[in-house]
Write a protein that binds this ligand. Structure first.
Ligand code: GDP
Length: 301
């Protein structure tokens, strides 16, 4: 699994080094483990939780060898990761009476929203699903252009009104086009401004309100995109966005270029929102459905 290679090497090979030459888990090993987890961006709260659980096991069994530590750590991490209830939308059989399935994508600029939408569109299309994109990130010309580029590349229509237009009008037209053309999915790219929570909240509320004129249940999914290489910033963004709107799924990008895959563990534990997709590169194929077992394996291989 090329994408997670770096995460694996940097996160848990460190644990191997920390326990090298030791036969039992002692305070020194635990201190080092704590430091490794924190520097891997697991986050303080989740790290403390993991260390406490291991201390309890050591106290209970009076002794833990370092080989056992790996196995227990693997169990503890698996328990903290969000449940693997994240069916790939590409395989999702959308009931006729709820087409199009509307996916609203949120997140701050630069995290990989547009790229993730492009990759998703390609995957959906490859599985025979029709997609309409809405360029509702109207505050940056580059964002609209980039989405259009992805649309051309992948061969899906992009609804756009250009820069500085009303994002909710774009969302309205995109959902309308989705309904009119019988599309399977409509994906709306939004602006990721976090300047003020109230603005963000109002903007997203308005976008939701207009699409509900066509489909009362829309958006069916609100996916927050986080950059996995930004550590604590990703936690802060998750905090801000979950305060401003409900978030039903996460996409964590840029896990290819980081030693900090621990973000996935910490965010799963702190926010209890399923991680649905992970980004592992810039190319169209570099988006994977998050698989908990595979992820844990990649950390310990
Ligand atoms: P947006 O502002 O949130 O829409 O972010 P973009 O989609 O424009 O992405 C910002 C940059 O991150 C671009 O250069 C992308 O190619 C890059 N990017 C997005 N996802 C990934 C990923 O999973 N891995 C890597 N290495 N780069 C990514």
């Amino acid at each position: 699994d090329k994408g997670l290679e770096k995460t694996k090497e940097n996160l848990f090979s460190k644990i191997g080094r920390a326990v090298a030459g030791k036969s039992k888990v002692d305070d020194e090993v635990l201190d080092e483990l704590e430091e490794i987890l924190i520097t891997s961006d697991v986050g303080v709260d989740t790290t403390v939780k993991i260390i406490q659980r291991i201390e309890e096991r050591v106290a209970q069994d009076k002794f833990m060898n370092t080989a056992e530590l790996d196995r227990i750590l693997r169990d503890e991490i698996a328990a903290l990761l969000s449940e693997n209830n994240t069916e790939d939308l590409a395989d999702f059989e959308i009931p006729e009476n709820h087409k199009p399935h509307v996916l609203l994508v949120v997140g701050v600029n630069g995290v990989g929203k547009t790229t993730t939408i492009g990759k998703l569109s390609a995957q959906f299309k490859a599985k025979g699903k029709s997609v309409v994109l809405g360029a509702a990130d109207t505050f940056r010309a580059a964002a609209v252009d980039q989405l259009k580029l992805w649309g051309e590349r992948v061969g899906v229509p992009v609804v756009s009104h250009g820069m500085n237009t009303d994002p909710s009008a774009v969302a309205y037209d995109a959902v309308k086009q989705g309904v009119d053309t019988g599309a399977d999915l409509v994906i709306i790219d939004t602006a990721g401004r976090l300047h003020t929570k109230v603005n963000l909240m109002n903007e997203l509320s308005k976008i939701k309100r207009v699409m509900q004129k066509f489909i009362p249940e829309a958006p069916h999914e609100i996916m927050l995109v986080l950059d996995g290489s930004t550590g604590q910033n990703a936690f802060i963004q998750a905090q801000e966005f979950t305060k401003a709107t409900e978030v039903s799924a996460l996409a964590i990008t840029k896990l290819d270029g980081t030693a900090k895959g621990g973000v996935v563990i910490g965010i799963s534990d702190q926010f209890k929102i399923p991680v649905k997709y992970i980004g592992v590169g810039e190319q169209v194929d570099d988006l994977q459905v998050f698989n908990k077992a595979e992820f844990v394996d990649s950390l310990f291989k």
